[in-house]
Design a protein around this ligand. Structure first.
Ligand code: SAM
Length: 151
């Protein structure tokens, strides 16, 4: 991995002091540089909706399949912004709610989160990758089953 891969990207547009960090197995993830209280809204992601037919024909054969959330009505949704960057943890510290009329997903902390922790959601139990539960990223370097199931 090159040195550049491990650089933090400041997210200045957010009120919270968050950053993206990269992990060799988990890929990019969202970390906090400050303590965050339980029940804090950390992100609102507008979604890009794919209807069932276009998802079946195209979307599921692309990288989108690792990112899209099941959406009511049978389609799939790509969360724009940080919503696509939250990694999975079976004991998540962030929950999410689909706001179908407004085509948004809201992400809220489920417990107090300490400075330096990764913000994770649960993807549910049908996972398509080998799970690494703990993201240890050195300085050097509620709803079930949100994502699509296509192999
Ligand atoms: C929605 S993306 C999350 C952002 C992703 N890490 C990235 O860099 O684009 C989902 C992908 O992240 C990886 N991932 C998420 N949580 C993981 C975990 N606990 N262990 C291993 N890989 C994980 C898997 O490759 C999965 O397909």
């Amino acid at each position: 991995m090159s040195k550049e891969d491990n650089q933090s990207v400041p997210l200045d547009q957010h009120k919270l002091n968050l950053e993206l960090k990269s992990h060799p197995v988990r890929g990019r993830g969202v970390f906090t540089k400050e303590f965050i209280k339980r029940n804090t809204l950390v992100e609102i992601s507008p979604i890009l909706y794919f209807n069932p037919q276009e998802y079946e024909t195209h979307g599921k054969y692309t990288v989108l399949d690792q990112y899209t959330y099941c959406w009511p009505g049978g389609g799939y949704a790509l969360a724009l912004g940080l919503g696509s960057m939250f990694n999975h943890d079976s004991q998540p510290n962030v929950g999410f709610m689909r706001d179908v009329p407004n085509q948004l997903i809201r992400y809220t902390t489920l417990r107090d989160i300490e400075e330096g922790e990764e913000l994770c959601i649960s993807y549910g139990s049908h996972l398509w990758f080998e799970v690494q539960e703990e993201a240890v990223v050195s300085e050097d370097e509620h709803e079930p089953f949100p994502f699509s199931t296509s192999p």
